[in-house]
Design a protein around this ligand. Structure first.
Ligand SMILES: [Zn+2]
Length: 304
C-alpha cells in the first residue's frame, strides 16, 4: 500500500478512536469537537480537507473526509446499513465537481469517510457513522455508502455491493417477521440504488427524471415476499408508484404494454406518456412481470 495512504488511514483511525472514546455510540456529539478533530469543516455537504488529503491524489483535489447528511425528507435513502447520498447541487459548479471527485477518490482508494447527521435526540448535536463509498451513478447523481459504527479496515473484498447479478430470485427466504422487517428496511437504499442503476433515472411510464421524485417500485411487492433483486424492480415517479400499487395499471408480460384497470381508467387520467416498457434498455425479469400481471388481474376482478 502507498505510504501516504497508510498514513491517512492511520490519521482517520485516530480521529475515529478519539471520537469513540468520548462518545462510544458516536451519537450526540457537539459539532465543535468534529471541527477540532478535522472530521468536519463547516456547513458544506462534502468536506475533503484539501490541506491534508490533496497529496494522496497528486496535489489536485483531495479525498473526502466527511459528508453531512441532511436529506431526511427521503426516507428510502437512509437505513442503518446504507445511505444514498445525492451529489451536491450544481449552483457552485466548480466546488461541487471537486467535492464529487474527492468522494469518488475515497471510493477508489477505499478510504473510509465519516457520515455526519443531525442527532435524532437533539438537532444541535451530531451523530456520526463510518462510511465506505461503494458505488456511484453519475446520471442519477448519487453515491451508495455502506455505514458502520465500527472502524472499517479497507479490504478489496467489499461487502453488500449492488452489482453482480446472480440467478434471479423472485422471492426472499422467509424469516421471522421481526428480523425480516428490519432487514428489508435496511436493504431499501441498496434496492433503490441498484434499480436506478439498472434502468436509469427516469420514470418508466412518464417523462419525470428528477431523482428526488423517483422511487424504486417492487414488481412483486415486499408484502408478497418479493425480492430486492433489481430485476424485480422498476423506476417510477412517486405518482406512478402510487398508481401502480393501487393496481390502476400493470404491464402485459408478453407485449410489455401498459394495461389499465378495467373501469374506464386511461393513460390520460394517470398522466402516463410512455405506454410500454419496450424503450427500456434493461427490462425487468419476465417472471416478475408474469407474477404481477396474474396478481393484478385477480385484484381488479379479471380472474379469480
Ligand atoms: Zn411517472
Amino acid at each position: 500500500m502507498d505510504e501516504r495512504i497508510r498514513l491517512e488511514l492511520n490519521r482517520r483511525r485516530a480521529m475515529y478512536e478519539e471520537l469513540a472514546r468520548s462518545y462510544p455510540g458516536l451519537t450526540g456529539i457537539p459539532p465543535q469537537l468534529l471541527r477540532d478533530l478535522r472530521i468536519y469543516g463547516g456547513y458544506q455537504g462534502i468536506y475533503y480537507d484539501k490541506a491534508n488529503t490533496s497529496t494522496l491524489v497528486g496535489g489536485a483535489g483531495g479525498v473526502t473526509v466527511s459528508i453531512l447528511h441532511t436529506g431526511r425528507h427521503y426516507p428510502d435513502d437512509l437505513s442503518d446499513t446504507h445511505i444514498i447520498y445525492h451529489y451536491p447541487e450544481t449552483s457552485r459548479s466548480g466546488h461541487d465537481m471537486a467535492e464529487v471527485s474527492a468522494t469518488k477518490n475515497a471510493g477508489r482508494l477505499e478510504i473510509p469517510i465519516f457520515v455526519v447527521a443531525h442527532s435524532s435526540q437533539d438537532e444541535t448535536l451530531r451523530d456520526v457513522s463510518v462510511g465506505i463509498i461503494q458505488e456511484w451513478h453519475d446520471e442519477a447523481a448519487i453515491f451508495l455508502i455502506a455505514l458502520s459504527k465500527e472502524w472499517v479496515e479497507p479490504t478489496s473484498q467489499r461487502l453488500g455491493r449492488a452489482d453482480g447479478l446472480p440467478r434471479f430470485e423472485l422471492t426472499t427466504p422467509r424469516r421471522s417477521r421481526e428480523v425480516s422487517r428490519r432487514e428489508r428496511s435496511n436493504n431499501q437504499p441498496l434496492f433503490k440504488f441498484s434499480v436506478l442503476r439498472r434502468y436509469g433515472s427516469k420514470c418508466a411510464v412518464c417523462y419525470v427524471s428528477r431523482v428526488e421524485m423517483l422511487q424504486a417500485a417492487h414488481i412483486r411487492p415486499v408484502s408478497e415476499n418479493g425480492s430486492d433483486d433489481p430485476r424485480n424492480g422498476l423506476v417510477l415517479c412517486a405518482n406512478h408508484h402510487l398508481a401502480f400499487d393501487a393496481n390502476l395499471f400493470a404491464f402485459d408480460p408478453e407485449t410489455l404494454e401498459v394495461v389499465y384497470k378495467p373501469s374506464g381508467v386511461t393513460g390520460v387520467d394517470l398522466g402516463i406518456t410512455n405506454e410500454s416498457l419496450r424503450h427500456l434498455k434493461n427490462k425487468p425479469h419476465p417472471d416478475a412481470l408474469m407474477w404481477r400481471h396474474t396478481y393484478w388481474k385477480r385484484n381488479v376482478g379479471l380472474s379469480n
